[in-house]
Design a protein around this ligand. Structure first.
Ligand code: ADP
Ligand code: MG
Length: 748
């Protein structure tokens, strides 16, 4: 029996999902797998685990997976509170932390955590139910988990250890799960929860700002606040920096009186530093969501209208003027994004201070993962930040692009939860018409060598036959398998005459012992290979530091940004000079110079750790504090992983790591080559140059165009004959990043 507080009980009863409790539980009783669809905010995440608990499914653990860490942590707290149970019983586990105990009955976790657990116990015997939440996001790990569970659940039932699977989605577009015979030979029932949705009027901009959409978002929010009736405002932007900048401007424009609630708010940025979680981990190679939506949502949203003349039409805004501060109408401004500290996130659920209007400035975590109460106005910039992969080079970067129509409609829907609302789209209806209808499942958009390795480690040899909800493309699977063979993680299948590439992939190369070791390291296979080789010449601590730095990426501050004022511009110049000087110092001398940019990373990590990894040290030396904290955590984690694989090396994180010796540097360079062998580049010789654009260029097997060493690289002046690189980034030219020199005699 659950002993809930009266006010909690009252709030629960209003949730649409409560009305369906009987139907849901009956379906669960009668079917091994059930799909549950319900609009964001209908109560799926918070209530369904409670239904199961009360219906007696807590003989084992009720596991709930979330694609985002934010949701795992925040939902576990919420459910514990609703059930009036301690966090020892309703707990969470994300890669770097958790509060799971032997008493845990409901466990929220990221999907990556559950995938790891399948590696140690394929039948997931401690669980009685698994709920895959936010399945509509179609994150890679969610997709793979559903594929695996479609096999695990029948196995468990055969063994007389029954287990239930629930797949929950905020959209109705679930055919990829229900109609996929490879996945579920007999289709699971799909239950739809009818959520009350009030009409949302869509207001399009006439003009679409191509650059300053944050400025536009700011002005639109100001207008709403000054001119429109009470009701919360939710602003969708693409990233943390944008969120903070708009928060700052809004707080300036509509400040609180001294001594009231805002005082504590201004420090969110510094506060988050302390609690910040690493951006990259195995939970989530792609920390950013895939937006997926539902075609039926559009109908529920109400009429769309061009922004012409009505009272609620606010017109387009010039994005260049600051608002005059107006303390008479205070706005309660809160940021919301994935890496925000949980106690800061929790604020969005509380009512704003009396006499103020709530304004949440969010990334698309607010699209479906978290429901913010009382939102009447949505301001949508129409963009999303996504990891983008180049098909040719596999190089990835974060790019801001237009979101999908489905996703934009999800955002608009946030305005109609409690009463009719309004959505202000900062783009024209013509631009909206050009959006893709849905976003693709993440698995079809990225290289899959890490997944293939994880799956092989699960003894799924024929990856092509795996019941993916949506399969990655055949070329991606072949490329992954080939890379893994070249790294020695997979054994090349025996050649029987000439076999076509695709058939070869189908031949299913088995995993090697090296591959198993690599699979246990939570980094990309190329880097895992380096770790596996790192034992030699006591190089492991260095390899771990370099791999951590390469995995976290972007460890140096971006100092090429435009300066706001003359004063700032001279400060920036000073900092650039300082960073150049430090880079030179960290690159070392003599032999170590040849390790190039990786030596610079190693030096930076070593120096920062030596100084205690303080914000001050980072600030003074041009390092990104957040990145350095992530590197520190990852170093710890990789050190444990390496010790688990070969306990005899007994490696530890030395805060006073001395620079590598000359022979260690040579060894390190060879280890790096072993991992990045497919990223080899050869300098184009003078006599080969037919086109001036090839001057100082490098030739790579993958690209037709020359690639270059960046002026900030440690090897810019040296221009070695052969180099390996971490990645190629296209800016003004195709630049290699993370460059390290290779001796000619090492080249195969
Ligand atoms: P769904 O998973 O269907 O999107 P949820 O179960 O997440 O819905 O949310 C149900 C309700 O619980 C929403 O109205 C939401 O605002 C509320 N809620 C969720 N988390 C909290 C919290 N930490 N504090 C207060 N209310 C919350
Ligand atoms: Mg939910």
């Amino acid at each position: 029996p659950v002993d809930r507080l009266p006010e909690i009980q009252e709030a629960r009863l209003k949730l649409p999902v409560l009305a369906e409790e009987q139907v849901i539980m009956e379906a669960v009783r009668e079917n091994p797998c059930v799909v549950l669809c319900g609009e964001t905010g209908s109560g799926k995440t918070t209530q369904v685990p409670q239904f199961l608990y009360e219906a007696g499914y807590a003989s084992g653990i009720i596991g709930v997976t979330e694609p985002r860490r934010v949701a795992a942590v925040s939902m576990s707290h919420r459910v514990a509170k609703e059930m009036n149970l301690p966090t020892q019983v309703v707990s969470y586990q994300i890669r770097y932390e958790g509060n799971v105990t032997s008493d845990t009955k409901i466990k929220f976790m990221t999907d990556g955590v559950l995938l790891k657990e399948i590696q140690t116990d394929f039948l997931l015997q401690k669980y009685s139910v698994i709920i895959i939440d936010e399945a509509h996001e179609r994150s890679v790990y969610t997709d793979i988990l559903i594929g695996l569970l479609s096999r695990i659940v029948p196995l468990r039932n055969k063994k007389g250890l029954p287990m239930k699977l629930l797949v929950m989605s905020a959209t109705l577009r679930v055919e990829d799960f229900t109609e996929n015979r490879k996945l579920f030979p007999s289709p699971p029932p799909a239950i739809k929860v009818d959520a009350r949705q009030f009409p949302v009027t869509i207001h399009f901009n006439k003009r679409t700002p191509l650059e300053d959409y944050t400025g536009e978002a700011f002005h639109k929010t100001c207008k709403i606040h000054r001119m429109l009736p009470p009701g919360g405002i939710l602003v969708f932007l693409t990233g943390q920096a944008e969120v903070h900048s708009v928060c700052r401007r809004l707080r300036k424009a509509f400040p609180f009186r001294k001594g009231n609630t805002t005082a504590g708010e201004c420090n969110t940025h510094t506060l988050t530093h302390r609690h910040s979680l690493p951006r990259i981990d195995l939970d989530n190679y792609s920390a950013l969501p895939v937006d997926e939506g539902d075609e039926d949502r559009q109908a529920g949203i109400g009429e769309e209208e061009e922004d012409e003349g009505s009272d609620l039409d606010l017109g387009d805004d010039p994005g260049d003027t600051e608002e005059k501060a107006d303390p008479s109408i205070p706005l309660y401004v809160l940021p919301l994004y994935s890496l925000l500290a949980p106690e800061q996130q929790a604020k969005v659920f509380r009512p704003p201070p009396p006499g103020t209007r709530l304004c949440v400035v969010a990334t698309n975590v607010a699209e479906t993962s978290l429901t913010i109460p009382g939102i009447k106005y949505v301001v949508d910039c129409g963009r999303v930040k996504k990891r983008y992969y180049d098909r040719v080079t596999g190089v990835s970067s974060f790019k801001v692009s237009w979101t999908s129509q489905a996703s934009a409609n999800q955002r608009a829907g946030r305005a109609g939860r409690t009463e009719p609302g309004h959505c202000y789209r900062l783009y024209s209806s013509a631009v909206f018409g050009d959006f893709s209808q849905f976003s693709e499942a993440e698995i079809t958009r990225r290289p899959v060598e890490d997944l293939v390795l994880q799956m092989k480690d699960l003894n799924i040899d024929k990856v092509v036959n795996f019941p993916f909800p949506t399969s990655p493309c055949a070329e991606a699977l072949v490329a992954a398998e080939q890379l893994l063979i070249s790294l020695g993680a997979l054994k090349e299948p025996p050649h029987t005459g000439r076999v076509k590439d695709l058939e070869r992939a189908k031949l299913s190369s088995p995993i090697t012992p090296l591959g198993r070791a690599m699979a246990s390291f939570p980094v990309a296979p190329r880097y895992a290979k380096m770790l596996a080789l790192g034992k030699q010449q006591d190089c492991l601590p260095y390899v771990i530091a370099v791999v951590a730095a390469m995995t976290v990426r972007e460890i140096f501050e971006e100092l090429d940004r435009p300066a706001g004022s003359e004063d700032e511009s001279s400060k920036l110049a000073q900092r650039r000079a300082r960073l150049t000087q430090m880079r030179r110092l960290w690159a070392g001398q003599g032999a170590s110079l040849l390790l190039g940019d990786l030596m610079v990373m190693l030096g930076a990590v070593g120096a920062c750790e030596f100084a205690g990894c303080t914000p001050k040290f980072c600030e003074e030396n041009g390092l990104r504090y957040k990145a350095m904290v992530e590197i520190r955590r990852l170093r710890g984690q990789l050190t444990n992983a390496v010790n688990a694989v070969c306990p005899e090396v007994g490696v530890f994180v030395d805060p006073k790591m001395t620079p590598p010796t000359e022979s260690q540097v040579v060894c390190l360079r060879q280890i790096v080559l072993a991992g990045l062998g497919d990223h080899l580049a050869r300098r184009v010789q003078e006599e080969e140059i037919l086109d001036p654009k090839w001057k100082n260029g490098y030739k790579t097997p993958l690209l037709d165009e020359p690639v270059f060493i960046h002026p900030t690289s440690a090897l810019f002046k040296t221009l070695p004959q052969f180099v390996v690189y971490q990645e190629v980034m296209e800016t003004t030219k195709m630049y290699m990043r993370g460059v390290s020199a290779v001796d000619a005699e090492w080249v195969p």
